[in-house]
Design a protein around this ligand. Structure first.
Ligand code: ACM
Ligand code: ZN
Length: 530
């Protein structure tokens, strides 16, 4: 592999000098990197709006998505035609190819993509799309084989701190799908807004989806608010639409319903969820609030189960995210219900009470055929071996859980929070939460660092997170996401074959792909700023 990449680099100068000539057809710059590329010394196939996609197996959806993408690229009214027979781009399923992998052969017969599944075909077509868009539709004869490192390749999107429309979320899905991600972790509830319609508790969105105003400036030094009401939520019909849109792009949406902390918006809507029944506002500030759900009252558990029932009816995802992070215990310490519950259960402290809540909810999800995933605080109160842990405070929690046999998604804040600044100087970046994660830092990250071989087997994947306290619109999301998502996608899809010596050239090509799609991206990496 290394030798191959070195050869590619050696002939790069020619390609750069004549970026649209036939000579450049001998170069392929793809992100994330395929497992294997072997190009013939000559010959190429040119894709046009008239090219047919021949669908040999039941892979019509993958073919249709590709046709649509090409339609927007060619600006033609009609997408590429799909047919059962003929010549052109042929797609086929063969179970001998790895599940999400593909093999692509380009020769004088056309282009043949064999996927291990329909998803594999889709990823092969995404690779082909990058080649078409960045190489003037000229696809050099040769062979490409590819498969992902991780089965869980996630991106998270917080729609509570700021709300993003159905169209925005679809655009987010388009972008992550093109980078071969397959999970969207949808952070639907938090202190600053409840964003999903729950029919049994209409107050959650009637009251809990709107805050009176929003903090101006930084959350660490709150002094001023904007005086403007802010809100938004998704109806269940809209949620279904987004789930279907994601599924058509081979992305499973994992919904997150935060409990027992990060729930002030729910407490505003339904005051009986708190330890005391005082009314609190939907929070207008960022950070961690002491207002959390009461873990002593049975009504809280009934509420959580009713909400999760509706969530499970909407979302087919096996994993359901229950949050679990950053839950201060101040209210529980003074609450008769919480203290009585602890006494009844023989619990020694409030951490164990949270452990009880988490374990009880996990049992409920399991009884309904689902699996629980939560932030790594779910480890604090003692977690069962069946829960999946999202390691965010660092990698220690993930390593600890993986060593014990829990499945783990690695998403350490210092490497995976794409709401952090991209440059050291922060110049021109606008106001953000803090931190510093340049492209290069993500690219150099080894998600297996410090682990035994046993633990490594439990790392199901890697995820980047987009928290939106300081991100108010889709354009900013895109510039925080791109191009760092490309580095993340190499960790997720091509972890074992990352190559420092080729990534910059491949990114220069990918930048043209971003531009052709009209996606906003940050300039820093391309300017050499970090
Ligand atoms: C988190 O950042 N509170 C998961
Ligand atoms: Zn309580």
């Amino acid at each position: 592999m290394k030798r191959l990449f070195t050869l590619l680099v050696a002939s790069l100068a020619v390609a750069l000098a004549t970026p649209t000539s036939e000579a450049s057809a001998r170069e392929l710059h793809i992100v994330p990197a395929p497992t294997y590329i072997d190009l013939d010394s000559e010959g190429s196939y040119t894709v046009t709006p008239k090219t047919t996609i021949v669908v040999e197996d039941d892979a019509w959806n993958a073919a249709d998505r590709f046709a649509e993408d090409m339609q927007s690229y060619y600006g033609s009214k009609k997408p590429l035609r799909t047919a059962k027979r003929g010549k052109g781009i042929k797609v086929r399923i063969d179970r001998f190819v790895p599940e999400e992998g593909y093999e692509m052969t380009i020769n004088d017969e056309g282009i043949l993509i064999i996927g291990g599944s329909e998803a594999g075909i889709y990823y092969g077509l995404q690779t082909l799309r990058q080649i078409i868009v960045t190489n003037n539709s000229v696809v050099p004869y040769g062979f490409i084989a590819d498969e992902p490192t991780f089965t869980y390749r996630g991106a998270h999107l917080d729609v509570s701190r700021h709300f993003f429309s159905v169209e925005d979320v679809k655009r987010f899905i388009d972008i992550i799908a093109a980078h071969k991600l397959n999970r969207l972790h949808w952070h639907l509830t938090d202190d600053q807004g409840w964003r999903i319609e729950i029919k049994r508790y209409p107050e959650l969105t009637e009251k809990g989806s709107e805050r009176k105003e929003t903090l101006i400036g930084h959350g660490l030094t709150p002094t001023e608010w904007d005086g403007t009401p802010y809100g938004g939520y998704y109806t269940q019909e809209q949620v279904k639409e987004v789930i279907a849109y994601a599924a058509e792009r081979y992305i499973t949406i994992i919904p997150e319903i935060e409990m027992p902390g990060h729930a002030q918006a729910a407490l505003h809507a339904l005051p009986w969820l708190g330890c005391e029944e005082q009314t609190v506002d939907v929070w207008t500030t960022w950070g961690v609030t002491p207002e959390v759900m009461c873990a002593g009252k049975e009504t809280t558990y009934t509420f959580l189960e009713n909400v999760l029932m509706e969530v499970m009816e909407l979302f087919p995802s096996e994993l359901i995210h229950i949050g679990g992070d950053e839950c201060p215990k101040d209210r529980w310490k003074e609450c008769d219900h919480c203290q009585a519950k602890m006494k009844e259960l023989g619990l020694e402290n409030e951490e164990q009470l949270q452990g009880y809540l988490v374990a009880r909810i996990e049992k409920f999800l399991n009884a309904n055929g689902r699996k629980m995933i939560g932030w790594d605080e779910i480890l604090d109160g003692g977690v069962t071996p069946t829960a999946t842990v999202m390691s965010w405070r660092g990698t220690e929690g993930g390593i600890y859980a993986a060593e014990r046999g829990n499945d783990v998604v690695m998403t350490p804040m210092k490497l995976c929070y794409l709401n952090f600044y991209q440059t050291e100087s922060r110049e021109g970046e606008g106001l953000h939460i803090g931190g510093h994660i340049p492209f290069e830092m993500i690219y150099a990250w080894d998600p297996y660092e410090g682990m035994s071989d046993t633990a490594k087997r439990h790392i199901i994947g890697v995820q980047c997170n987009m928290w939106t306290e300081y991100i108010k619109n889709m354009e900013t999301i895109e510039t925080m996401l791109l191009p760092r998502l490309a580095a993340m996608s190499e960790v997720q899809w091509a972890c074992d074959r990352r190559d420092e010596s080729t990534i910059r050239e491949r990114m220069t090509t990918l930048r043209r792909f971003y531009e052709a799609n009209g996606w906003n991206y940050a300039p820093y990496y391309f300017e050499g700023r970090k």
